[in-house]
Design a protein around this ligand. Structure first.
Ligand SMILES: NC(=O)c1ccc[n+]([C@@H]2O[C@H](COP(=O)([O-])OP(=O)(O)OC[C@H]3O[C@@H](n4cnc5c(N)ncnc54)[C@H](OP(=O)(O)O)[C@@H]3O)[C@@H](O)[C@H]2O)c1
Length: 297
């Protein structure tokens, strides 16, 4: 039985959809089984034959984390330690999701799994500590670092852009931070592929969609496709700005590009381009656009 933790989040919702559609045996929890509460986790797991734990829960408020580091560390570092403890007690395999924010972003090319982390934000530090905590406790883990995640079930850059395109005449977007967007259903499919592979090639893996772009490039393509699909019907001027023109509480890595070579070759996981994934996300009719415009991002 798979225990999906964080099933109400952007990624967790997609993982649950796949598990349900495939008729896989699973249980799913979110805040009702607080990952910082070891007793609660033990109690939940007690009578269940759990062979996999997939942890999609996290503290993901990157800027707010600068003001409440204790909370970020409690959820992103202590939580994964509890989950690893439990996985060990159950002899279950563990999939845990981490982030490109463990890196400082100063590398020129794509980040490989073996590149040394050096987080530059509280959120990044807390997620890195979570990785370390897991590795110190238990070896049967797959940690998947991802970046620039977007999907139908949570606040994200694409949804924000669509809202701004509807509200403003001019939208300013940072053009000197680079990365590869990740469509949540694609990452969910990678999680499932790892489970189904039966592989014991434990360790850290990177996953995002393919291609290197700036946030500005991303915004431009969102606008182009949204116009094409009739999601946006008005002229909006997109203005490229730099990081120093858009100050945020938390520093962000300038380069968030992750190499997918290891995950592709180990599990034979296909990685499609960010343009293909974005086009699917923006396809009208597949879900309700009204929902995302209500999100306070
Ligand atoms: N979003 C991104 O751009 C991004 C980029 C790189 C990596 N990641 C990583 O990808 C993973 C999934 O991200 P996501 O965007 O899907 O996250 P998300 O939408 O914020 O979902 C996380 C879920 O975990 C829940 N949660 C928070 N604290 C919890 C606790 N103590 N116990 C149990 N559940 C708790 C959250 O509930 P509440 O919402 O009620 O707090 C939420 O339902 C995370 O590990 C994240 O660090 C995300």
């Amino acid at each position: 039985m798979i225990w999906l933790i964080g099933n109400k989040g952007m990624l967790g919702t997609e993982v649950e959809t796949l598990l349900k559609n495939r008729g896989m045996e699973y249980v799913a929890t979110d805040l009702e089984a607080d990952i910082t509460d070891m007793e609660r986790l033990r109690e939940f797991a007690a009578d269940r034959p759990i062979s996999w734990i997939v942890n999609c829960s996290a503290y993901t408020a990157v800027d707010r984390a600068e003001e409440e580091p204790e909370k970020a560390f409690r959820i992103n570092a202590d939580g994964p330690r509890n989950i690893a403890d439990l996985a060990k007690a159950k002899n279950a395999k563990l999939i845990h999701i981490s982030t490109d924010y463990v890196f400082d972003g100063l590398k020129e090319g794509d980040y490989a799994e073996a590149d040394p982390p050096n987080p530059v934000s509280v959120y990044g530090m807390s997620k890195h500590r979570g990785e370390i905590n897991i590795a110190e406790i238990y070896h049967r883990y797959f940690i998947i670092r991802t970046a620039w995640l977007y999907g139908k079930h949570g606040p994200n850059f694409v949804a924000t852009m669509l809202r701004l395109f509807a509200e403003r005449k001019e939208v300013r977007v940072v053009g000197d931070q680079f990365g590869s967007p990740t469509y949540a259903p694609d990452l969910a499919a990678a999680v499932l592929a790892i489970i189904l592979s039966g592989s014991d090639s434990f360790g850290i893996y990177h996953f995002s969609n393919e291609g290197r772009i700036s946030w500005f490039d991303f915004a431009r393509e969102i606008y182009r496709i949204a116009m094409e699909k009739g999601l946006v019907t008005r002229e909006v001027a997109l203005v490229e700005i730099t990081t120093k023109d858009y100050l945020t509480k938390a520093s962000r890595p300038k380069n968030a590009c992750l190499s997918k070579e290891k995950i592709r070759s180990t599990f034979n996981i296909p990685v499609r381009t960010w343009q293909e994934a974005l086009d699917e996300y923006l396809e009208m009719g597949s879900w309700k656009w009204g929902q995302i415009f209500k999100l306070d991002i």
